[in-house]
Design a protein around this ligand. Sequence first.
Ligand code: 13P
Length: 252
Amino acid sequence: MAANWKMNKLVREAEDYVARLLPQISDAREVDVAIFAPFTCLHAIARMTQDAPVLVGAQDFYYEDFGAFTGEVSAPMLKDVGAGAVIVGHSERREIFGETNEMVARKTTKAVSAGLLPIVCVGEIKEERDAGRMWEKVGAQVRAVFEYLDAGEIGGDALVFAYEPVWAIGTGEVASPEDAQDAIGKIRGLLGDLVGEGFAEEVRILYGGSIKADNIGEIMAQKDVDGGLVGGASLEADSFAKLVNGAKAVVE
Ligand code: 13P
């Protein structure tokens, strides 16, 4: 269960959140928990979670290690402040900041080689879904990752995919459990073709888009859905703790 705070929280707020979250999820060891925080909060919360089973990650990075890339942050810099994971290709980066499939593929490849777990986001916009082109879009996004990433070199634990239909992000319009399963099942099938059955079975694929405490159970119950990437409902520690414990109930 992954929290994506997006562009929210000052350092003090992040610290208060983690202090409030940890005791509430201490019995949920079966669930892998990650927090994707703004760069400015990473150092503080990585220190606070050093002895806790919580993975701390960034929401983006650049695929060169250093150099004249004003405003960017590299994989070694993320690792330096204690991050172990990074979101790659979130739809907000693709739609607002013009990230292409090629950039997403380069970032994914770099994250894997640097030892950061990439959460690679894919998803269609409303017009594409309405036109029956969900899989055309999502399938192409998944394929593009493997134009740079050498699939022969990695196991299914080297990366995570997140299917986040753009029309369901921050809208309250959650995908039906059947739609989430349909897309995620197709992604897993394609990974089987592109990389191999063992990889496809092992790799984790999350759903994201208007997850709340009252819908997490039915989404998580779908065969191919391994977890959630949560925006709005992850911003309060109590609310995110409910999702972690909700996921625990499904896993058990
Ligand atoms: P919401 O949960 O706010 O819809 O956001 C989903 C998301 O974009 C997570 O990355």
